[in-house]
Ligand binder design. Structure first.
Ligand SMILES: NC(=O)N[C@@H](CC(=O)O)C(=O)O
Ligand SMILES: [Zn+2]
Ligand SMILES: [Zn+2]
Length: 343
């Protein structure tokens, strides 16, 4: 049987939610990943170092103490973030940066940034203190077609931002387009991107062809095949600028299967396995370890993990729903997955 032993991977973009949902979902990540950068779009958002430390403790309480899972937090950047919070964040090892949510772009982003100019002093301080800006890269302009929102954001916001803050460390989170890939490739080394398993594996047909498939709806939305090809080429290129970030984003089943279903794919129970599938299909399994377990840690200046995980080339079926108090439907529910994680 074919097996694949990897340095334990890390997830550099993860939503764990809070309360009951947190307890339900975190074990799926902790089983596979050594570390995760946990996103701050809770209600209310995690905007301060104190709130981040409290959230981190709640995450740690929800996993077995000996499981070796280390959460890091990205702080939610707002137009009201005090300058002093930047200094505080820079001094706190478990805070790895600030998340830029253009207000209205995605789930729980209403406290986000309306005008980028309003946070220029904060970005200047972040640049000086070498903090990372994690970006949800979509414009919120209702006149822009939803499939173009990432490309337009890059042109209107990110290119000028890179020019104004040339040393600012930026991660274009969940990159979904050829334009996003090109932006990262042509930027200096402190600009990188995370790539999700769904954007590597699917184009927009998975969402819209043969009926509407709400569990494949996330933001930025799945794109055309040519964009998927660009992402796949980037992820398997061996470039250290592209690394794993699942963007696993659980929502209760009724909120997904609704006349106005919310954005987010719950992938934690099968994301690592899916990355193995797509790298295998691209004949690039030898590049998976750097993408999943190396480049992200290098970018964040953290040591690579010591432990290993083992994947086995063995089919299994993703569950239709995951039990627990809150019903959750994972991506690929009921479908066959080619790789199984042994740990
Ligand atoms: N990706 C998503 O579609 N949803 C995320 C938010 C985000 O990462 O944009 C969520 O929190 O549900
Ligand atoms: Zn996002
Ligand atoms: Zn996300």
């Amino acid at each position: 049987m074919q097996t694949l032993t990897l340095t334990r991977p890390d997830d550099w973009h993860l939503h764990l939610r809070d309360g009951t949902l947190l307890a339900q979902v975190v074990p799926f990540s902790a089983r596979r990943f050594g570390r995760a950068l946990v996103m701050p779009n809770l209600k209310p958002p995690v905007t301060t170092v104190d709130a981040a430390l409290a959230y981190r403790n709640r995450i740690l309480k929800a996993v077995a103490p000996d499981c070796g899972f280390t959460p890091y937090i990205s702080l939610y950047l707002t137009e009201n973030t005090p300058l002093a919070e930047i200094t505080r964040a820079a001094a706190e090892p478990c805070v790895l940066g600030f998340k830029l949510y253009p207000a209205g772009a995605t789930t729980h982003s209403d406290a986000g940034v309306r005008r980028l100019e309003a946070v220029y002093p904060l970005l200047e301080a972040m640049e000086e203190q070498e903090l990372v800006l994690q970006v949800h890269g979509e414009v919120t302009d209702p006149d822009i077609d939803i499939f173009d929102r990432e490309a337009v954001f890059i042109e209107r916001e990110l290119v000028p931002l890179r020019q104004r803050f040339p040393a600012l460390r930026i991660v274009l989170e969940h990159v979904t387009t050829a334009e996003g890939v090109a932006f990262v490739q042509e930027s200096p080394p402190q600009v990188a991107a995370t790539i999700t398993p769904q954007h590597l594996r699917y184009n927009r047909n998975a969402l819209l062809a043969g009926g509407i498939h709400p569990h494949y709806y996330c933001l930025p939305v799945l794109k055309r095949e040519k964009h998927r090809q660009a992402l796949l080429a980037a992820a398997t290129s061996g470039s250290p600028k592209f690394f794993l970030g699942t963007d696993s984003a659980p929502h209760p089943r009724p909120a997904k299967e609704s006349a106005c279903g919310c954005a987010g794919c719950f992938t934690a129970p099968l994301a690592l396995e899916m990355y193995a599938e797509v790298f295998e299909q691209a004949c690039a399994l030898d590049r998976l370890e750097d993408f999943a377990s190396g480049f992200g840690a290098d970018f964040y200046g953290l040591p690579r993990n010591q432990e290993k995980v083992r994947l086995i080339r063995e089919s299994w079926k993703a569950p239709q729903t995951l039990g627990g108090e809150i019903p959750l439907v994972p991506l690929r529910a009921g479908e066959t997955i080619d790789w199984r994680c042994e740990t």
